[in-house]
Design a protein around this ligand. Structure first.
Ligand SMILES: NC(=O)c1ccc[n+]([C@@H]2O[C@H](COP(=O)([O-])OP(=O)(O)OC[C@H]3O[C@@H](n4cnc5c(N)ncnc54)[C@H](OP(=O)(O)O)[C@@H]3O)[C@@H](O)[C@H]2O)c1
Length: 270
């Protein structure tokens, strides 16, 4: 059944040419929204645009890098030129990394922060005045890795933790403008087969196998949970059973969480 919340709403989803972003776009289009797709690779973006138009959607695709302020501003401007308003901004574009801190080239931190932090700041600042007018939503896609530092993921975890600070500040600053600010802690999710991660030396590598005792959530169930966060105008949404358990354990037994992480790190390095 269609969710009327999204009928005729205009939504930008950064990083929506594949993966979670594309799944959110599909859900929004199915529920009657006008979607603005984004990604840096034109070919991948056009492919996503064609797939979504084939569902009966009408999308605008803006090929740009949100880590560059002028390009992110242009993404917002093109949306306003085309649709005359903006109701929802979903800051989804993100890149991941893998490597022990001691092995990392410092540039890895820079690359990760450019997309995961500046790539969120850059579209959000120009979008805010439009979201105020529509009393709309700004959603930030974080990760369970944004709730606790994980071995091998220091740059990624710290970039996602920054989103919590940004959202907490905006929520209080914007209290009078009645906008919704959502922060989603996404758990293990199915990956697009083409997805790559950044290695310690800065090169792009295939995603390392995840522990097989944890089941990945489907892209469409993650997308549905994000739409639910917007519909209910909730602040935080934590996904997966592991994520919910971690939130409780991290608060009351952080030492046990650390022991579990040491155990699973040893298993994965074997
Ligand atoms: N998958 C998971 O298990 C998982 C778990 C927790 C959190 N998350 C978070 O969920 C979000 C989506 O993850 P995903 O797994 O769907 O990733 P993905 O499959 O790698 O897709 C990332 C998307 O972002 C785009 N992108 C990357 N950098 C960009 C930039 N600077 N400017 C514009 N577009 C950019 C990519 O296209 P181009 O490369 O063509 O630009 C692609 O469309 C990320 O924020 C990620 O951290 C994912």
């Amino acid at each position: 059944m269609k969710d009327k919340t999204f009928q005729d709403k205009v939504a930008i989803i950064t990083g929506s040419s594949r993966g979670i972003g594309k799944a959110i776009a599909v859900e929004l289009v199915r529920n009657g929204a006008f979607v603005v797709l984004n990604g840096r690779n034109q070919k991948r973006l056009t492919q996503a645009e064609n797939e979504i138009n084939a569902l009966g959607g009408k999308v605008l695709a803006v090929c740009c890098d949100v880590s560059i302020p002028t390009q992110a501003k242009n993404l917002v401007n093109k949306t306003i030129e085309t649709y005359g308003k903006l109701d929802i901004l979903i800051n989804n574009a993100g890149v991941s990394m893998y490597g022990d801190f001691s092995d990392l080239k410092p540039e890895v931190f820079k690359t990760i922060f450019e997309t995961n932090v500046f790539g969120v700041v850059n579209p959000t600042i120009p979008a805010l005045s439009h979201i105020r007018k529509s009393h709309g939503s700004i959603v930030f896609i974080s990760s369970l890795a944004g709730t606790r530092g994980l071995p091998g993921h220091s740059a990624y975890c710290s970039s996602k933790m920054a989103l919590r600070a940004i959202t907490e500040s905006i929520r209080v600053e914007e209290i009078k403008s009645k906008i919704h600010v959502g922060l989603i802690f996404v758990g293990f999710t199915e990956n697009d087969p083409e997805k790559k991660t950044i290695a310690a030396d800065g090169s792009l590598i295939a995603i390392k196998n995840r522990p097989n005792f944890i089941k990945a959530q489907t892209l469409s169930s993650v997308a549905k949970a994000i739409l639910k966060n917007i519909r209910k105008r909730k602040f935080r949404t934590t996904l997966t059973g592991v994520g919910k358990l971690n939130a409780v354990m991290q608060a009351i037994m952080p030492g046990v969480v650390e022991k579990i992480l040491i155990f699973s790190m040893k298993r994965m390095k074997k």
